[in-house]
Write a protein that binds this ligand. Sequence first.
Ligand code: ZN
Ligand code: ZN
Length: 386
Amino acid sequence: MFRKYYKEGFSLNAVFPKVDRREFGFVSFEGQMVRHKGFQNLEEVRVFMQSFVPRDAYYSCAYYENPMAEMERKCWLGADLVFDIDADHIPTPCNKVHDEWICYNCGFAGRGITPKNCPVCNGEKFETSTWLCQDCLDAAKNEAIKLLDILRSDFGFSDKDIHVYFSGHRGYHVHIENELIQGLDSISRKEIVDYICGIGFDGKIGNSTGWHARIRKGLYRFLSKADKEDFIRMGLKRNIVKALLNNREKILMNLEHGEIWRSVKGVGLKTWGKIFDRCAQEEFVKIDTVVTADIHRLVRMPHTLHGKTGFKKVEFQISRMSDFDPFKEAIAFKKGTVKILAYNSPQFRIGEETFGPYKNVRVELPIAAALLLICKGKAEVYQENV
Ligand SMILES: [Zn+2]
Ligand SMILES: [Zn+2]
């Protein structure tokens, strides 16, 4: 199927600038990584991919004098500023349902976000099995919306410099191609990351620009609709919750004039600190901090297929952010069916159609649906029918 896509459906028209200055890397279906590749133009890239048929295709966010040389001799010229938002880093309730990890070293297994170290043997390597559902992709999109707001309002990037992509799997990529940021070193990029993630934020409430105003708005939103359960979940005592709920109007009014701390008798600074932290955490953006700070990073090439889904990495207009539907617009194959043996799959949607759940059944599915299950290791081809 991947072969068919790169032979017939694949176009790379003006996808990214400076093709001849970038390093390319490809992972084969045997799992082998080929990198330090260089091409003069997109046509050469396309011809290579037609014959290689990669499972995953990447290019460097960096530009080099010699993209094909080994790392020390490439001669770095600059790099796009890249942000990666992935459900792997967002705590969603659904990841406890559909994501699993097993420690390579001792076999200890769990559900939810993969830990950095195994709680039993402290090992760092895990085998993971993740799924993408509407909830994770909505959560990732919400982070992307928050990120775009900061990039535009606080950093002043214009829409023409910002490119937004669905990653093809569980998240979104934001690339900034702008002369001003190309030369930033890793330390400066880390500072941008810290700002976006709210690391080192002074915790003051204010009306000024940037984070102070954003968190104040978040506080207002939370306090105007929070119910008893919301407060109790934060670990507040019942009498304090009652005082907060009884004085909602007064608190909101004081928040507008910046004197929230003295709003209610019996509600002290410690409580306000908890409420403030909760709202601040909600506003800070959950990005993969390592990706942005890495000035040599290989990122997935737009318009190529993701080896874990068979979906495309696709770009879309920022203005379409809220309507963008990855389960429809990232679909590479729209015709034909395949017979598969599905071992074990949750329910999922492709376009308007819902499939599954499946447990050890033979089914004939549209190619996109079958491909998703096969790429995810949840099915195998039973008999191809194209
Ligand atoms: Zn372990
Ligand atoms: Zn999910």
